[in-house]
Design a protein around this ligand. Structure first.
Ligand code: HEC
Length: 181
């Protein structure tokens, strides 16, 4: 008799633990679906890794850049890629979910298809308004960086005190002297 009672207690406890676990899982799923997606931590790195090689500072296929929130919302040659609040109307989602290989991004053989959870994250970010920090820096095209620019010879300034000037560099110094009295 004692044995039966003990077994029953053990079984009941196990059952309770299992149902607790289940409801906890369900609650977590629900939390995950409603929790605010963090652009900086979850969206930016994902798009950077999967898309920025062709839609970034260096290269902009279809005139599209996906390396800053402002540029994602601006879109490319075919217009905005996201409709804030409406992932189903956003071409960005259409492109990453397309069954047609000639449409899907990243293009076939040039990057792995996004996973279900990555797509879900992008959808939720758009449905929550596709927000990003207002002060986000837009990465600059490295080709525009000053050290990559061809040096341009500046015009030699006209100087009043010509007798002091023996070479063009003197003219730059002399003009500063004159400017500062
Ligand atoms: C290997 C290069 C490459 C990668 C990586 C890539 N794309 Fe593209 N993407 C292209 C090319 C080329 C086009 C233009 C041809 C076309 O529209 O299919 C394009 C066009 C697009 C367009 C249409 C833009 C417009 O306004 O017409 C969207 C949206 C897009 N890509 C989204 C993405 C997303 C999102 C990713 C990352 C998940 C991505 N792409 C990754 C090469 C790439």
């Amino acid at each position: 008799m004692r044995r039966i009672v003990l077994t029953a207690i053990v079984l009941l406890t196990a059952l309770q633990l299992a149902t607790n676990g289940l409801s906890q899982c369900a609650a977590e799923d629900e939390n995950e679906a409603t929790r605010a997606v963090d652009y900086e931590r979850e969206i930016k790195p994902l798009l950077f890794q999967k898309c920025a090689a062709c839609h970034g500072a260096l290269k902009q296929n279809s005139g599209l850049r996906l390396d800053a929130g402002e540029l994602i919302r601006k879109g490319g040659d075919s217009g905005p890629t996201v409709v804030p609040g409406e992932s189903t109307a956003s071409s960005l989602i259409e492109r990453v979910t397309a069954q047609d290989h000639s449409v899907r991004m990243p293009p076939e053989g040039q990057g792995e298809k996004l996973s279900e959870s990555q797509i879900d994250l992008l959808k939720r970010w758009i449905d929550q308004g596709a927000v990003s920090p207002a002060d986000e820096k837009i990465p600059e095209d490295p080709a525009l960086y000053w050290s990559y620019q061809r040096p341009v010879r500046p015009a030699v300034p006209a100087v009043k005190n010509q007798t002091w000037v023996r070479n063009p560099i003197d003219a730059f110094i002399a003009v500063e002297h004159e400017n500062h009295g």
